[in-house]
Design a protein around this ligand. Structure first.
Ligand SMILES: Cc1cc2nc3c(=O)[nH]c(=O)nc-3n(C[C@H](O)[C@H](O)[C@H](O)COP(=O)(O)O)c2cc1C
Length: 359
């Protein structure tokens, strides 16, 4: 079966994953209003293409956090990737390396972070704040020692959102999938009716982070620190004051506050408030095509994170499947950029957009 767009890989992934693993991947929190709104918001945005401009020598390459990326995209942190394929994070990281895009290793990875970083490419490390500050900072140090190029500090998870699909499924990790970066005990594996064991486990392990936690991380590492999960303009400005090297404008793929605004709705305002800032303004939530990447860039993002689609590729075809997803995004973004009359990612930042009034 040929896959000509990411939706084709979504169907393929759904066919191979168990119902509860599919729900863990696809689901959001509450009534999934924010999850649905991420797509709906992107679908309402239209780009105003330019014409008759020089396109020879055009490129889709970008610089992200001072390093080269083959396109302005990053594989988002997604926990427990061995749920989706036996090779899990290793397969996904290899595909990202070969496609030339950064790969974000999770605090909750199912392969130890050092093994994933050893794949090479451009690994970033996503941090959840643990109850014990020392253990959180140990993770940061391990990531730095392993060669990670950035710390992506997730700031929108004081605790995990209520993921109703997982609760209904009594979701728990199988014995073969573990939180490989720390001794997590049994909690994530214990099946309880009406509860998510993964949520239960994180409730025991995580503590709500504060701006002091951000300062502690910054003081502990020379790596650039990116704050993931910003939606308020005030928080974006505060992130800059706190010395962040970047932010990810995100509602966590609709998995935290149900009713949280889609990142794409806030992006323009946040990018305008931070204009002149050298840091990265990244966007995630609902990016499903190269055309979506173009919309994010036009609204002021320097790049995007891609979550679920990378995992569709992983489930459908392991390393090759993730590679297919990233290749499709590259081809689609190149096509969209050129058809919009832009020879570079920078040129796309000057494109106009309109929000559809109908529908
Ligand atoms: C199954 C799953 C697990 C996730 N795990 C994490 C995580 O451990 N840390 C984190 O910061 N974000 C996590 N996210 C959120 C993603 O990094 C990202 O913000 C979101 O998936 C982007 O939306 P998209 O899936 O529509 O691309 C997870 C998302 C999914 C779907």
């Amino acid at each position: 079966m040929t896959h000509v767009c990411l939706d084709d890989l979504e169907r393929a992934a759904r066919d191979v994953l168990s119902g509860e693993n599919w729900d863990f991947l696809a689901g959001g929190s509450g009534a999934e209003a924010s999850l649905a709104a991420n797509r709906a918001a992107l679908e309402r945005i239209f780009v105003i293409p330019r014409v008759l401009r020089e396109l020879t020598g055009g490129t889709v390459e970008a610089e992200l956090l001072g390093g080269h990326a083959a396109l302005p995209a990053v594989v988002a942190p997604v926990a427990y990737q061995r749920l989706f394929h036996p090779e899990g994070e290793l397969a996904a990281a290899r595909a990202a390396r070969d496609a030339g895009v950064p790969y974000t290793i999770c605090t909750l990875s199912s392969v130890p972070l050092e093994e994933i970083a050893a794949v090479g490419g451009r690994p970033w490390f996503q941090l959840y704040w643990l109850r014990d500050e020392k253990r959180s900072l140990d993770l940061v140090r391990r990531a730095e020692d392993a060669g990670c190029e950035a710390i992506v500090f997730t700031v929108d998870v004081p605790w995990m959102g209520r993921r109703l699909r997982d609760m209904r499924n009594g979701f728990a990790l199988p014995d073969s999938v573990i939180a490989a970066n720390f001794d997590a005990g049994e909690a994530a594996h214990r099946r309880t009716r009406g509860q998510s064991a993964v949520a239960d486990h994180t409730a025991r392990e995580f503590a709500p982070a504060t701006w002091e936690s951000v300062e502690a991380v910054r003081a502990h590492t020379d790596l650039p620190v990116v704050l993931k999960g910003i939606l308020a303009v005030e928080d974006a400005s505060r992130a800059v004051d706190a010395g962040a090297a970047g932010i990810v404008v995100s509602n966590h793929g609709g998995r935290q506050l149900d009713g949280a605004v889609p990142g794409i709705e806030m992006l323009g305002e946040i990018a305008a408030a931070l204009s002149g800032w050298e840091g990265e303004v990244l966007l995630d939530g609902g990016i499903r095509s190269g055309g979506d990447i173009l919309k994010a860039i036009a609204l002021g993002a320097s790049g995007v994170l891609v979550g679920r689609p990378a995992m569709w590729g992983l489930a459908a075809g392991g390393e090759d499947g993730v590679r297919q997803v990233l290749d499709l995004l590259t081809v689609e973004f190149r096509n969209a950029l050129g058809l919009a009359g832009c020879g570079s990612v920078d040129a796309a930042r000057r494109l106009g957009t309109r929000v559809a009034r109908h529908g």
